[in-house]
Design a protein around this ligand. Sequence first.
Ligand code: PMT
Length: 215
Amino acid sequence: MHFLVTAGPTREPIDPVRFLSNRSSGKMGYALAEAALAAGHTVTLVSGPVALTAPEGLTFVPVETAQEMYDAVATRIHDAGVAIFCAAVADYRVASIAEEKIKKSADELTLRLVQNPDILGSARSVFGFGGLLVGFAAETNDLARHALDKLRRKKCDLIVANDVSRRDIAFDCDFNEVSLFFADGTREDLPFLTKHEIAAALIGRIVALAPQERQ
Ligand code: PMT
């Protein structure tokens, strides 16, 4: 099967030297891409800026901003039977990027932000993707309620939820502990594991969900 995986953060420029971003290291998404490759699948990895080296043997598409990630996914998702959205996409970008470095002058500086496109949310409704759709949910509270809301609203087959208020898992570390919420209403909690162990388990669950003829 062909997997499309998004990974890493996006960077939203403020001026030529500054940007808005988040703590995503790309480790979870890269582990998923590697696990899919190891299981014999074809992989396209669309990645925001990270300090990791792209695994050999996959199609690597580096991007910076949410809009670039959206465009990269829009043009490639139809080649895939499975799309996994692990990237921590910035929900907002600066309305007007300064052409020159913003000088320190007033005591306060206000940045006006506008919403970025929701890439996962566009998969079914805008791109018309008919394959297996897997989203992540990064939550600090009411994990199950928010994950189930994302599962339904974004028409996913599976949502992988992690608690990003914890310092020992999720953002920028080697471990994770995730809960899986499936479209049929079932839930599975995986224990505290390395991101590589989680990725191998997830690829197994996802392949089991895929119709036989696609595998
Ligand atoms: O990169 P690491 O350091 O290894 O950390 C891993 C991780 C914490 C980033 C990862 O496990 C994770 O939780 N990824 C999702 C992060 C996130 O932005 O979650 P969210 O709940 O805000 O978004 C929900 C889903 O919509 C996600 O699948 C996200 O990729 C997608 N999304 C969100 C906003 C947007 N504009 N476009 C999107 O596609």
